[in-house]
Design a protein around this ligand. Structure first.
Ligand code: ATP
Length: 316
């Protein structure tokens, strides 16, 4: 079994490469193994390195060492390769992807990683490349795009960056007229129209540096959770944001006139205006978007002490 580490030295607030390489070499030495360690040289390099590692036919574990952007690159390079499994050392600013499985510390422990098991998880196909965690269109995607600037400022955590960006975006354009078509697992469809703050497709649960946008999402069920929030009055927003952040929006009465919640295999979104589409933090402008489930597209290394998210009791 080969062990490949793809380290993004630009992830997070400081370069942890040297410290990390020492720990990795030490833990593999106890197993008499020599890991392969690569540093990303530029944006997109992680995907190239992961693909090159996965395309050799032997069994390989590829660890993304960085934040959610690094995870996305490595995942895109390794998806659909049966011989390859992807693990994560969350060293970025937000590190939202691993929150669905457990505590960050569990993932940062190399012994936990090496004692982990491989599970098969779903991914999301978009018109602009695949994603693994959460995709969204509208206001919260605009917040994610803005946040990419703030999170690299000194003393600004991923969570604070999201909050600053949120406050700034609330001063601008809030909602867009959208036509949204849901496709269900039984082959039926449903169309919903309205003025929406955003439309979200969750495979994982957390995004935006600690916002639980898809609290019921199960990452290996072959389905996506769709969360749409209609435009609220400005005066309600300060009360809604903390509840949304905690993932209470699916059950809290404060959202009952605003929430559309569905679970299916595909969503098509058409917007009257150009809107931002966010794929695991990668943002582009679109007028239409499509998110499809890719069942069991990725082998994922679940470290010892972490667990696959299960559907919460009384979720439906
Ligand atoms: N050598 C490099 N120079 C500049 N950018 C790089 C380099 N290597 C990778 N990148 C880019 O850095 C971006 C940010 O990395 P990443 O998302 O992992 O960290 P983060 O933004 O701190 O964490 P998070 O996304 O969890 O908030 C990635 O999208 C990646 O494309």
């Amino acid at each position: 079994m080969r062990n490949v580490y793809i380290i993004n030295p630009k992830a997070g607030k400081h370069d942890h490469t040297v410290q990390f390489m020492e720990r990795i070499r030490a833990v593999h030495a106890t197993h008499e193994e020599e890991p392969e360690i690569y540093l990303t040289q530029r944006a997109g390099h992680g995907e190239e390195l992961a693909r090159a590692a996965a395309e050799k036919d032997d069994a390989v574990r590829i660890w993304a060492v960085g934040g959610d952007g690094t995870v996305l690159e490595v995942v895109r390079g390794a998806e659909f390769h049966k011989n390859a499994a992807v693990g994560v050392y969350p060293c970025g600013s937000g590190n939202d992807f691993v929150r669905s499985f457990g505590k960050r510390e569990v993932f940062l422990n190399p012994e936990n990683q090496l004692a982990g098991k491989t599970v098969s998880i779903d991914m999301i196909r978009t018109q602009h490349g695949d994603a693994v965690n959460i995709c969204s269109v509208g206001f919260d995607a605009k917040v994610a795009a803005e946040m990419n600037y703030y999170k690299h400022l000194p003393f600004v955590s991923g969570e604070l960056a999201y909050t600053i960006s949120l406050a700034k975006c609330f001063l601008g354009h809030l909602a867009d007229k959208m036509t949204v078509m849901f496709y269900y697992a039984d082959g039926t469809k449903e169309t919903v129209t309205g003025e929406f703050l955003f439309t979200l497709a969750g495979n994982g649960r957390w995004y935006g540096g600690g916002y639980c946008g898809a609290p019921n999402s199960v990452i290996d069920d072959g389905l996506l959770d769709f969360v749409l929030i209609r435009k609220p009055a400005y005066s309600r927003i300060p009360g809604l944001v903390p509840k949304y952040k905690r993932g209470e929006h699916l059950s809290n009465p404060a959202f009952s006139d605003l929430l559309v919640y569905r679970r299916g295999v595909k969503i098509e979104i058409q917007s009257e205006n150009e809107v931002v589409s966010n794929m695991d933090g990668l943002c582009i402008k679109v007028k239409s978007e499509e998110y499809n489930i890719l069942p069991h597209a990725l082998n994922f290394i679940l470290p010892r002490g972490a667990a696959l998210p299960k559907e919460p009791k009384n979720a439906r």
